[in-house]
Write a protein that binds this ligand. Structure first.
Ligand code: FES
Length: 106
């Protein structure tokens, strides 16, 4: 199973296995990683699953969709590497992916 590394805003690192075909958000929620609220359950409708993709992984995680870009307008401290983690599908190609969590989702 691909391993995903979630780094909380305070630097706490969580390295967990996440099944391919699920989302980076689901991996966080299933593993009880604090810092991803995911209020809408993955429908790209809340922007509370905001993460910063480690720059070296940006090519592999792909581009934001238009809907994702418009939802990100509701998130705090958006950067060029901001993504909604419910919109990143885990695959073997993302084994080792590092995402950093914002200070807060609201
Ligand atoms: S969980 Fe709501 S936008 Fe990702």
């Amino acid at each position: 199973m691909p391993k995903i590394v979630y780094v909380e805003h305070n630097g706490t690192r969580h390295e967990v296995e996440v099944a391919a075909g699920t989302s980076v958000m689901e991996g966080a929620v299933k593993n009880l990683i604090p810092g991803i609220d995911a209020d809408c359950g993955g429908a790209c409708a809340c922007a509370t699953c905001h993460v910063f993709v480690d720059p070296e992984w940006l090519d592999k995680t792909g581009e934001r969709s238009e809907m994702e870009t418009s939802m990100l307008e509701f998130a705090e401290s958006v950067q060029s590497n901001s993504r909604l983690s419910c919109q990143i599908a885990v695959s073997n190609a993302l084994d080792g992916l590092v995402v950093r969590l914002p200070r807060s989702q609201h």
